[in-house]
Write a protein that binds this ligand. Structure first.
Ligand SMILES: *[C@@H]1O[C@H](CO)[C@@H](O)[C@H](O)[C@H]1NC(C)=O
Ligand SMILES: *[C@@H]1O[C@H](CO)[C@@H](O)[C@H](O)[C@H]1NC(C)=O
Ligand SMILES: *[C@@H]1O[C@H](CO)[C@@H](O)[C@H](O)[C@H]1NC(C)=O
Ligand SMILES: *[C@@H]1O[C@H](CO)[C@@H](O)[C@H](O)[C@H]1NC(C)=O
Ligand SMILES: *[C@@H]1O[C@H](CO)[C@@H](O)[C@H](O)[C@H]1NC(C)=O
Ligand SMILES: *[C@@H]1O[C@H](CO)[C@@H](O)[C@H](O)[C@H]1NC(C)=O
Length: 514
């Protein structure tokens, strides 16, 4: 009898092995109890503990702590579901390099797209940065694993944005289903997609700096291929500084081009894969694609130049501490060149709002006045610490971006926020609402930014269609019409924002959102 009981319990425990765990794309598309009991009665969305992909005791402790800080039951449930989403659902594999058992590796997917993006994975880990304080925890191991795997990717295919599982994982590569022509050739067993995005390179530097600043673990950066990867980042970015024409009028050859057979105008590059011409002499860097993975219209993408300038400067401290002096000097020098170039070429005059940052320029005088919800955006510049939220040009820019003068500011009864052409007009991105809260300051709305934070947060809580997870984009008139039920980055970012509010504006977390 006792044996039978034991056997049955054992069966129950082993019943939910990974193979039997529900597919999280469909799981996250339907409600599950227990319900929050608030006016939105939000669903519980964490997978069964046996189905979670990674465990961090610090993260679990933070979830418990915030239950007594957040008063509103819907906001509390939204935090509980969203903050651990990367750890719960996307750490598809962790292990070690085949040729070096000390080299940790971690493969972190975006969510419902089964591949590892440089930008997304770096940001997914950044959600847990407030909890990273020593080298000895599960979180620090995950950071090292992602940095090492990103180093490997950058050494193999530095122009690409999204990657396949490492060979050591035994996981099968996936196809992105597109028909792309991308010289230089890449190996589809290693690369999932090859869109050249300057901010993907910055993401690696950001992730590295975050780990170094939080842990002081210098030896980690000396032990593996980090310095080589930084060299590859610099070579790649500067290789794309070539203007379209040489002084004698001949057309310069770019090291990277991209074309795709597609009905979508922003999924391919015109002019035989090179994009629109850029003028010489600006010293800005090109980005073929935006952080939305949409093509740039003018390749001097200002937010990506901003984040690259900022992360070069902070990551140079690691190179410098490693005595890689020439490399460190090159990083700080490029950083200050870019900062000057952004000020010279990226600031434009708007008849209503004064001097503002352009989203994209080409050096010929053409500029694109808009913002895109993905980070780096213009709105997020203080979040990635390129400038301070009280910067006058930033404040002018923010006023345009959060108004009907921005072609991609979406408005409606459900939610008002920036979107972008990736999900088309009419769809607002919760990520942009979160960035609005993260970049609010007393300068942005008189002396009381609490109203801006409260109103924006209230919209976010109401925007999940009762499901209790943040979505990629939402029809501003219909919360049931949304994209991507399982998008880990925005969920982690929401949690990061709540931890920021806990320190900066605890009174907001004590309010009711009913
Ligand atoms: C929440 O939803 C559940 C399931 O639909 C329902 O049983 C419960 O009564 C609801 N609670 C509230 C407070 O609306
Ligand atoms: C492991 O292989 C990579 C290339 O795949 C190489 O760069 C690295 O130096 C190797 N490490 C060791 C310890 O052999
Ligand atoms: C690190 O943070 C955790 C909680 O997030 C805390 O319990 C721990 O004491 C901290 N450790 C150090 C060394 O500061
Ligand atoms: C024009 O300039 C480019 C770059 O400096 C050079 O490679 C090319 O040979 C020149 N062409 C002619 C015809 O002089
Ligand atoms: C860098 O050089 C200094 C001075 O020579 C030395 O004390 C230090 O140990 C070196 N650091 C590394 C990481 O090699
Ligand atoms: C602007 O913000 C920075 C920090 O974000 C602060 O150091 C500085 O004093 C502020 N300046 C003004 C004029 O408020």
């Amino acid at each position: 009898m006792a044996f039978d009981m034991f056997f049955i319990i054992l069966l129950c425990i082993t019943a939910l092995t990974a193979a039997q765990c529900p597919d999280y794309t469909s799981y996250s598309s339907t409600p599950h109890g227990p319900f929050s009991g608030g006016i939105h009665n939000l669903s519980y969305q964490r997978p069964d503990p046996n189905c979670r992909t990674y465990y961090s005791a610090y993260t679990e402790a933070a979830i418990i702590r915030l239950k007594s800080v957040i008063i509103d039951p819907d906001l509390s449930r939204l935090f509980e579901n969203s903050f651990p989403n990367t750890l719960d659902t996307t750490v598809k594999w962790t292990g070690h390099a085949a040729n070096n058992s000390a080299e940790e590796l971690a493969f972190v997917i975006t969510g419902d797209i089964d591949a590892m993006w440089l930008r997304d994975s770096a940001n997914q880990l950044q959600s847990y940065l407030p909890l990273l304080n020593t080298t000895a925890t599960a979180l620090s191991s995950l950071y090292r694993g992602v940095i090492n795997l990103q180093s490997r990717y950058l050494l193999i295919s530095p122009y690409c944005n999204a990657f396949q599982p490492p060979i050591e994982s035994g996981l099968q590569p996936n196809q992105n289903g597109a028909s792309d022509t991308v010289p230089p050739h890449y190996d589809p067993a290693i690369v999932f997609e090859c869109k050249y995005e300057l901010d993907s390179l910055a993401a690696f530097l950001e992730l590295s700096t975050n780990y170094y600043t939080a842990t002081g673990d210098l030896s980690f950066f000396a032990n593996f291929q980090w310095l080589d990867a930084v060299r590859a980042v610099l070579n790649t970015a500067t290789s794309m500084a070539i203007p379209t024409y040489a002084p004698n009028g001949s057309v310069n050859k770019l090291p990277y081009t991209f074309t795709r057979s597609t009905p979508d105008g922003l999924s391919t590059l015109n002019n035989r894969g090179t994009g629109n011409p850029v003028q010489s002499g600006t010293t800005l860097l090109r980005s073929s694609f935006r952080p939305s993975d949409d093509a740039t219209i003018f390749q001097f993408l200002i937010p990506s130049n901003m984040i690259f300038a900022r992360t070069l400067s902070t990551a140079s401290l690691i190179a410098s501490a490693l005595n890689a002096t020439a490399l460190a000097n090159e990083m700080t020098s490029l950083s200050s060149t870019l900062t000057t170039a952004i000020t010279t070429h990226g600031i434009i005059s708007d008849p209503t709002h004064g001097t503002i940052y352009a989203y994209e320029v080409d050096g010929y005088g053409s500029r694109n006045m808009m913002d895109d919800a993905n980070i780096p955006s213009l709105l997020s510049a203080p979040f990635f610490r390129y400038l301070s939220a009280n910067d006058t040009v930033y404040q002018n820019t923010r006023n345009v971006l959060l108004s009907a003068d921005n072609p991609y500011f979406m408005r409606g009864p459900i939610i008002s926020a920036n979107g972008g052409p990736h999900d088309t007009p009419g769809y607002a991105w919760p990520m942009a609402s979160i960035v609005r809260i993260l970049t609010s300051s007393s300068t942005s709305s008189g002396d009381d930014d609490n109203d801006e934070i409260y109103t924006t947060l209230k919209e976010l809580v109401a925007s999940t269609n009762g499901l209790g997870l943040l979505h990629e984009s939402i029809n501003t008139f219909n919360a049931a019409d949304y994209t991507r039920p399982w998008f880990a980055w925005v969920n982690g970012l929401f949690g990061q924002m709540i931890l920021d509010l806990e320190k900066r504006k605890p009174e907001v977390l004590a309010r009711s959102f009913g």
